[in-house]
Write a protein that binds this ligand. Structure first.
Ligand code: GDP
Ligand code: MG
Length: 306
């Protein structure tokens, strides 16, 4: 049970602050965020670079509160979109209390990890914690070896193995992170799990569904915007009209699929997730549109919300 707000302030052992998970694409940062928050606030995918925004997931515990800032990841920018995403990551990481560097238990530490590790040196404010993710994928012996290997990279404030999907060590991680936060009042009310608007969350769920099963070069070219949404008059139905933007006609064809089969599949999967969010039956209409080279065009980037 959570103590009432005033009592918490008087007991003075309540902590709250900001944490960001960094690491190569696909190491499980978004999945970990969702597991800690206990709700889907960040979309996940087996496609790299799924995350484009600094999403704030809020983890509530009796001992304190964690504001999780999910980042798109540090990488070498190749387009204007890539550059804007990098700027976003750097300003975010300069501000957090703890940075959790995620390294998957089942993969070797490689140049991509070391590139990020070097970047971490510039964020002086944050305590650096190493999180070995997907721990359920390896046996105890391999996990112990991995922990030793990670220990050698730098002088970590702490190292902890977790599994978001296997539900291992998640409470230990949240307690560890909270213990590193400053004493604070509660920063968000109990019922708030994210700062993302409903519109943003819906667009992200559509993007997640659209990303599933597409080939590697397409993910970067996908963006989703919302035209309108609202309850249908006199019916228990929530109407949503979105646009899926791609850069080329050939990509439009891929998204739509043979006689629209792929698009209807995307629509069904997105609708099921959105229904969990709005807790109501949903009518979802998706239009696929082409905006040539939007990733390099400042005007288009603005229109698509970057
Ligand atoms: P991100 O790019 O770092 O945000 O990674 P995601 O959270 O999107 O996850 C990438 C992939 O790894 C997805 O297919 C997840 O289902 C998978 N994944 C994440 N956490 C775990 C875990 O604890 N165990 C296993 N086996 N897979 C995981
Ligand atoms: Mg992610």
């Amino acid at each position: 049970m959570r103590l009432p707000h005033l009592v918490q302030q008087m007991t003075k052992d309540y902590r709250a602050g900001f944490v960001s998970f960094v690491g190569r694409p696909n190491v499980g940062k978004s999945t970990l965020t969702n597991a800690l928050v206990g709700e889907k606030v960040a979309i996940t995918s087996s496609k790299p670079q799924t995350t484009r925004r600094a999403i704030r997931g809020i983890v509530h515990r009796d001992s304190g509160q964690l504001i999780v800032v999910d980042t798109p990841g540090l990488h070498r920018p190749r387009t204007l979109l890539g550059q804007r995403l990098n700027d976003l990551v750097e300003s975010t990481l300069s501000d957090v209390d703890v940075i959790g560097f995620c390294l998957p238990a089942n993969e070797k530490i490689g140049p991509g990890d070391m590139f990020i590790n070097e970047q971490l040196g510039q964020f002086r404010r944050a305590k650096l914690i190493a999180i070995v993710t997907k721990s359920e994928l390896v046996d105890k012996k391999l996990l112990a070896e991995k922990l030793l290997e990670v220990q050698k990279i730098r002088d970590w404030h702490a190292i902890i193995p977790v599994s978001a999907l296997g539900n291992q060590q998640l409470e230990q991680l949240s307690e560890l992170l909270i213990s590193e936060m400053p004493f604070s009042e509660q920063l968000y009310p109990d019922e708030i799990t994210t700062e993302e608007t409903l519109e943003m969350r819906i667009c992200e769920l559509v993007r997640e569904a659209a990303l599933e099963g597409v080939r590697d070069e397409l993910p970067h070219s996908l963006a989703v915007t919302l035209d309108e949404m609202g309850p249908r008059e006199g019916k228990n139905l929530f109407d949503i009209h979105v646009n899926v933007w791609v850069e080329r006609d050939s990509q439009k064809a891929i998204i739509i699929g043979h006689r629209g089969s792929r698009l209807s599949d995307v629509g069904r999967r997105a609708r099921l997730e959105i229904e969990k969010l709005v807790k109501q039956p949903v009518f979802l209409s998706i239009r696929v549109k082409v905006a040539p080279d939007w990733q390099r065009d400042p005007k288009q980037l603005g229109r698509l919300g970057f």
